[in-house]
Ligand binder design. Structure first.
Ligand code: SIN
Length: 495
């Protein structure tokens, strides 16, 4: 006897339906607000959005002698020329205005003793152009302010605890809303435009700096609906997450620590980065991640030692990292901290054009969920919150000016909410970490593809968990197809 399907509850029509309440989703919603906007988020609190965890700042050419062309040039260099140059120019040009907007909304960026904005310099930026809030708590500050602004805006409604798992399409193939799981049953949310702002898929990996919700669900939903994806193989691994015994989300030890002089050492307390790259600990993120990964693969622990460079000032300068270390039983003022690389940011996602349109009419994507090409093969530090803000606001304005599609009949749902079970999810995370992780080769990737295909065949047809396996298969296929080493994509077997 088959299990009866739960009844579908019909919800009211939204002119714009945003899926995801991180920086990109809220920036889109606020800018589109002359329209009636609903934001559905699977999370229950703003901290469940990856944006809230961002310790890096926001890059903008606002310092003396700087300009958007220089910011764009650094972004293109980091992306190793695989970027969409027009998207990069739009990002850099709109960055100063995005900082102004955040300040008008109430974001308090860090300032110097004379009250001027403090501008930090991070790896691969030619100038000091990064604004921070609360030292290492920029994401949390920006998210708090955007969430309060959305709560004040009468035409924006944010609904927590709703996990979109399938796109509703009409007879013409246009996106007409989503089906979502509210914890008890299925709801259909009809809409004139659907915006995916669901973040990336770094949490599919065993070690990640992202919260569990960054598991690619939104991108999998788009894939299942027939949308094209782009650049999936470009996954950025952060070199220094706190190496704790468990799996899943690990606290990030921000790159700014190495900027402040913290060094990477082995079990004997000896530095190894000077022998790897002329910039030592400040080498590009992918170079440092590979050096740390190689040692750990050989069974050697790696530590970040901030005692001399930061020492007693740690709690004031890096309060978020300090609190995380103390919770884990370490005192970074007194001891080196064990680190591991961890999946951090996905440059690829749902392929979109300059107007954030996917290949499915009526379906848009912004922020980390989107494959805009802006980051190329490697994202420049502190360009990620910026991307969500700039492209989110641009899309919101565009939707505000576009008459929404009227409500119409959507085709019945061919998919069901049936997530991967925990054991399979953990096995997938381990497989991706070991076969499609910091360093890859054809042998390991082919093994990963075969395992994922076998798991996929055992899933219920149309299950949301099967969609996630389809995304994992697409990720591995993209890594197999690119046989070169470029940016964050490193193949041991490249010619
Ligand atoms: C960090 O603070 O190390 C991460 C910043 C970023 O990913 O842009």
């Amino acid at each position: 006897m088959s299990t009866p399907r739960p009844a579908v509850v019909e919800r009211p029509y939204s002119e714009v339906l945003v899926i995801g309440a991180g920086v990109a989703g809220l920036a889109t919603a606020l800018a589109a607000a002359p329209r009636r906007v609903r934001v559905l988020t699977a999370g229950r609190t703003p901290e469940q959005a990856a944006s809230a965890w961002a310790q890096g700042g926001i890059a903008a050419a606002i310092g003396s002698g700087d300009d958007p062309d220089q910011h764009a040039a650094d972004t293109l260099a980091a992306g190793q020329g695989r970027n969409d140059a027009a998207a990069v120019r739009r990002l850099a040009a709109a960055a100063p205005d995005a900082i102004d907007w955040l300040q008008q909304l109430g974001v308090r960026f860090d300032r110097d003793a004379r009250g001027a904005l403090l501008l930090g310099r991070e790896a691969a930026h030619g100038r000091a152009r990064i604004v921070h809030a609360g030292g290492d708590a920029t994401g949390a500050e920006v998210m708090g302010v955007l969430a309060r602004a959305a709560a004040r805006e009468a035409r924006v409604q944010v609904l927590a605890g709703h996990r979109a798992f399938a796109l509703a399409r009409n007879a013409q193939g246009r996106a007409a809303g989503v089906w979502a799981w509210n914890g008890q049953g299925i709801e259909r949310w009809p809409a004139g435009a659907v915006v995916l702002a669901t973040g990336g898929y770094a949490a599919l990996y065993r070690y990640t700096t992202n919260p569990p919700g960054s598991d690619g669900t939104g991108i999998a939903l788009a894939l299942a609906a027939g949308a094209a994806l782009a650049d999936l193989e470009f996954v950025q691994f952060h070199p220094t997450a706190l190496a704790l015994p468990g799996d899943g989300q690990l606290p990030l030890l921000t790159e700014a620590l190495r900027g402040a002089g913290a060094v990477l050492v082995d079990a004997r307390g000896e530095r190894f980065m000077p022998a790897v790259h002329p910039l030592a600990e400040l080498a590009p993120r992918d170079v440092v991640a590979r050096a740390v990964a190689a040692r750990r693969l050989a069974g050697e622990p790696v530590f970040l030692d901030a005692r001399a460079a930061v020492g007693a000032a740690f709690p004031q300068r890096f309060p978020t990292v300090y609190a995380a270390c103390r919770r884990a039983g370490f005192d970074p003022r007194e001891q080196p901290i064990p680190v591991t690389p961890a999946a951090h940011y996905c440059m690829g996602g749902v392929r979109v054009d300059a107007r954030a349109r996917s290949t499915v009419p009526g379906l848009y994507a912004v922020g980390e969920a989107a494959g805009t090409g802006v980051h190329g093969a490697n994202r420049l530090a502190s360009n990620s919150l910026l991307e969500g803000l700039v492209f989110g606001r641009a899309l919101g304005r565009q939707l505000a000016e576009t008459p929404p599609s009227p409500p119409g009949d959507a085709l019945p749902c061919a998919r069901r909410y049936a997530p991967l079970d925990a054991a399979l999810r953990a096995a997938l995370a381990e497989l991706l970490w070991t076969r499609a992780g910091v360093m890859r080769d054809e042998f390991g990737l082919a093994q990963a593809a075969a395992r994922i295909a076998a798991w996929r065949d055992a899933q219920l047809p149309g299950a949301s968990g099967a969609d996630l396996l389809d995304l994992a298969a697409a990720l591995v296929a993209a890594m197999r197809a690119r046989r070169e080493c470029v940016g964050a994509h490193w193949r041991r077997d490249a010619a």
